[in-house]
Design a binder for this molecule. Structure first.
Ligand SMILES: *[C@@H]1O[C@H](CO)[C@@H](O)[C@H](O)[C@H]1NC(C)=O
Ligand SMILES: *[C@@H]1O[C@H](CO)[C@@H](O)[C@H](O)[C@H]1NC(C)=O
Ligand SMILES: *[C@@H]1O[C@H](CO)[C@@H](O)[C@H](O)[C@H]1NC(C)=O
Ligand SMILES: *[C@@H]1O[C@H](CO)[C@@H](O)[C@H](O)[C@H]1NC(C)=O
Ligand SMILES: *[C@@H]1O[C@H](CO)[C@@H](O)[C@H](O)[C@H]1NC(C)=O
Ligand SMILES: *[C@@H]1O[C@H](CO)[C@@H](O)[C@H](O)[C@H]1NC(C)=O
Ligand SMILES: *[C@@H]1O[C@H](CO)[C@@H](O)[C@H](O)[C@H]1NC(C)=O
Ligand SMILES: *[C@@H]1O[C@H](CO)[C@@H](O)[C@H](O)[C@H]1NC(C)=O
Ligand SMILES: *[C@@H]1O[C@H](CO)[C@@H](O)[C@H](O)[C@H]1NC(C)=O
Ligand SMILES: *[C@@H]1O[C@H](CO)[C@@H](O)[C@H](O)[C@H]1NC(C)=O
Ligand SMILES: *[C@@H]1O[C@H](CO)[C@@H](O)[C@H](O)[C@H]1NC(C)=O
Ligand SMILES: *[C@@H]1O[C@H](CO)[C@@H](O)[C@H](O)[C@H]1NC(C)=O
Length: 648
């Protein structure tokens, strides 16, 4: 058994951090047993023997054979979790058992659930983590009355972008661990020690890095090995390697851990966990500003590529790094593996942050390393600082007519939120994926002081962008539809950015099949979680307060803000199924839809400044700068005793 901070385990009044059977994950005796370190030569991509069927690029007209096969099993595996969840959500006038039994031979009649975590740095990662914990039946107390645990187990897709991608990527890189598992490890956890800055690296002997010099030497050595192997490198390589020390639970941040190896992860392979998707945008050759016309890329455990009509193709993620031409790998070209390092993929989705690495100048490491990092900028130019370089472009000469990077051997990707679509919805609104409902956790920083009031709260900008994209150009829309979304003034005037709001409730009013969006904006429930996107250091007390706030947003303070909230979550899940099966909508659901659906009202006048009030009793995160960690956890817990809303 691993060591856990006794204070946390001893506590009986906490939830996320409480002792429970679920923390006793078996010690992994040999790291090699883990599915993840699959790259042939650490961080450097390297040639390998090709499989008997040579890898190739495929059209996006269908889902991959892998996903299709996996979905059959996944949809079947969500039936029992769905039965449990809908039963617990206790929707008056709705017989969950009977509904499942009536439809169990036709899993596609049952709700198809997706979850999406927005970008926004550590703010988005931690706020999102709270929501993820609330959705996860493995979190203690999350399946009690008033809670919504099990939604994760009933979901088909989980998407993340930028800071939200750190959350999703970290959970899946670590054998689908849970938020609670990570928190329960306290200061002993290798990951999520956000008090250690990316510049200084971990302070953990367990990861074999003793000090900042060793840390930077490791970053330098691994990135240099990639460039020595003949691959282009960019700031994103350093950034992704550095992120890995925070997010991947392995020696030296797991330089050989690939994103494609998730396909062999026990839970995912057996379709016992939803499919993870990370999002990035393409920066086409010569393009500087990323607009809504830019191609949206997704990374999933099998593939990278895009459903957008510009590219409309997918590459086998395991083999990117091979010299594909016109969708094929010519007979004289070798197969390459190891390009899809997990940290590099997470770093790509969050490349907005990669310039943080340039602060290496302020760290006491050798001039050689400083020069290597800053030298990476010379070849690219200032405007392209934030790219992730995917040379050789797997889509070289693929779909010449429409693919903007077809003529180029280089493919450059940037942060998934660069086009203002800061919630990773694009992969989830593809009609071919048939998603019914998306729980969209928005931790964007939209409000701009002083005119708009407080800073770093969402105001709907991200949903507006996805809506605009779905209406501005029918070619780019390519069959996708999205519910109508009002302007951001309306969001603020009607408070749609301050409480859960459902969009697209009425399937009749849509331009095509589109999921219901359950919008869960970041707001102050128990903590002023509007920290700066660029705050790159949180002590564990503040981190946990952020996570707790996200938990309270997702559960509406354990339903203390609305006793019917769990029922309303159930109604949102079932909404499209009600339509499909002709089932009468229970009265309680009608009430929920009246309360939570945006009803089409527009209020576009300039809103008063947005100064949201704390909704529940605030978590105290003061510590007068004390250096010790434990007393402050203790203080937080004492504070939590005083409140019935506390989970942590
Ligand atoms: C991964 O987690 C599962 C439980 O979900 C466990 O059975 C398995 O042993 C774990 N594998 C590794 C390599 O840790
Ligand atoms: C379900 O809701 C009914 C009222 O609608 C209530 O009487 C019952 O106690 C609830 N059951 C649970 C397990 O919460
Ligand atoms: C991290 O890895 C260690 C050793 O393999 C394991 O004991 C621990 O449970 C893991 N923690 C998480 C959060 O995955
Ligand atoms: C998209 O591209 C079209 C044509 O190139 C252009 O007219 C339009 O302004 C672009 N839209 C955005 C949002 O950049
Ligand atoms: C989407 O784009 C592809 C590639 O351009 C095209 O073949 C396909 O017909 C489009 N689908 C729809 C529904 O417009
Ligand atoms: C891919 O092509 C480039 C140049 O076109 C070459 O330098 C490189 O060695 C090739 N990759 C492999 C694995 O052969
Ligand atoms: C794509 O363009 C390249 C370069 O112009 C050309 O060599 C190739 O034949 C084209 N491919 C197709 C399928 O048209
Ligand atoms: C919403 O956020 C956007 C992006 O920061 C900003 O331009 C706009 O003024 C904001 N509107 C309101 C009402 O907060
Ligand atoms: C629509 O998008 C396509 C693909 O990006 C682009 O080629 C076309 O110019 C756009 N049309 C308009 C009217 O913006
Ligand atoms: C568990 O959840 C219930 C209902 O949501 C809540 O009242 C209770 O305080 C929670 N218990 C703990 C230990 O957090
Ligand atoms: C729609 O919502 C607005 C406020 O959000 C409310 O004032 C109005 O009465 C509602 N209209 C209907 C028809 O329910
Ligand atoms: C943790 O961070 C918070 C917020 O910045 C601060 O108020 C508190 O004093 C810090 N606690 C410790 C132990 O450093």
């Amino acid at each position: 058994m691993k060591t856990v901070i006794p204070l946390l385990t001893a506590s009986t009044f906490t939830c996320l951090a409480s002792a429970s059977a679920s923390i006793g994950r078996p010690e992994i005796s040999a790291l090699e047993k883990r599915a993840t370190p699959q790259a042939p030569n650490g961080y450097a991509p390297a040639p390998v023997d090709c499989p008997s069927i040579r890898p190739s690029i495929r059209s996006a007209a269908e889902l991959s054979p892998n996903e299709q096969e996996w979905l059959q099993r996944r949809r079947a595996n969500t039936i029992e979790p769905m039965r449990d969840l809908l039963g617990r959500l206790n929707i008056t006038g709705f017989n969950a058992q009977q509904f499942i039994d009536n439809n169990r031979n036709n899993a596609s009649a049952l709700p198809n659930i997706a979850i999406a975590f927005s970008g926004g740095g550590y703010r988005a990662m931690t706020n999102g983590a709270g929501a993820l914990a609330a959705f996860d039946s493995r979190t203690s107390n999350s399946t009690s009355a008033g809670q919504i645990g099990g939604l994760l187990q009933a979901a088909t897709y989980v998407a993340g972008l930028s800071g939200g991608g750190w959350l999703v990527g970290s959970i899946y890189s670590n054998n689908f661990t849970s938020v609670q598992n990570i928190l329960n490890e306290g200061e002993n956890a290798v990951v999520w020690q956000l008090g250690n800055t990316i510049l200084e690296g971990p302070q953990q002997s367990r990861v074999r890095i003793r000090n900042t010099v060793d840390y930077w030497t490791n970053l330098y050595d691994t990135v240099t090995a990639k460039s020595d192997a003949g691959f282009e490198t960019s700031l994103t390589d350093y950034w992704g390697r550095a992120l890995s020390f925070q997010l991947v639970n392995a020696t030296n941040g797991g330089p050989a851990y690939t994103f494609s190896s998730i396909q062999d992860d026990e839970d995912f392979k057996n379709a016992n966990a939803p499919m993870p998707i990370l999002v990035a945008d393409e920066r086409a050759p010569g393009e500087v500003i990323i607009s809504l016309n830019s191609t949206d890329f997704e990374f999933n455990p099998w593939e990278m590529g895009s459903f957008d009509p510009t590219l409309f193709g997918f590459a086998p993620l395991r083999y990117i790094g091979s010299n594909f031409t016109a969708g094929r790998l010519p007979d004289n070209e070798r197969c390459v593996r190891g390009m899809d390092n997990a940290g590099f993929v997470m770093g790509t989705s969050s490349s907005l942050f990669n310039q943080f690495i340039l602060n290496v100048d302020s760290v006491n490491v050798s001039q050689l390393i400083k020069n290597a990092v800053t030298g990476l900028l010379e070849g690219i130019g200032e405007a392209n600082n934030d790219i992730a370089d995917y040379t050789p472009n797997p889509f070289y000469h693929y779909n010449n007519g429409t693919n903007p990077s077809a003529p180029s051997k280089r493919l450059t990707l940037v942060d998934g939120g660069s086009d203002l679509q800061n919630i990773p919805l694009n992969p989830l609104i593809q009609p071919i994926r048939k998603v019914d409902v998306i729980f969209a956790i928005d931790s964007s920083a939209d409000t701009l002081p002083p005119r708009t009031g407080a800073q770093n709260w969402p105001n709907g900008t991200s949903l507006v962008a996805t809506y605009q994209r779905s209406t501005m150009n029918s070619t780019m829309q390519n069959g996708t539809a999205f519910p109508a979304i009002p302007d951001t003034n309306t969001f603020v005037n009607l408070g749609l950015n301050n409480r859960p709001t459902f969009f697209g409730c009425s399937a009749q009013n849509l331009s095509g099949p589109a999921p219901l969006i359950v919008y869960l904006p970041n707001a102050p429930y128990t903590y002023n979680s509007n920290t700066s996107t660029f705050q790159m250091q949180y002590n564990n007390t503040e981190r946990n307060a952020m996570i707790l706030n996200g938990y309270n947003a997702a559960t509406q303070g354990n339903s203390s803000l609305d006793a019917n909230w769990p029922q309303c979550v159930g109604c949102a899940i079932l909404s499209r199924s009600f339509d499909r099966t002709g089932q009468t909508v229970p009265d309680v659901c009608k009430e929920c839809f009246d309360r939570y659906c945006w009803n089409g009202t527009i209020a576009s006048n300039e809103p008063p400044p947005y100064w949201p009030q704390m909704k529940l009793k605030a978590t105290k995160v003061t510590g007068s700068g004390a250096k010790q960690f434990l007393p402050n956890v203790f203080a937080l817990m004492l504070a939590s005793m005083a409140s019935s809303f506390f989970l942590l």
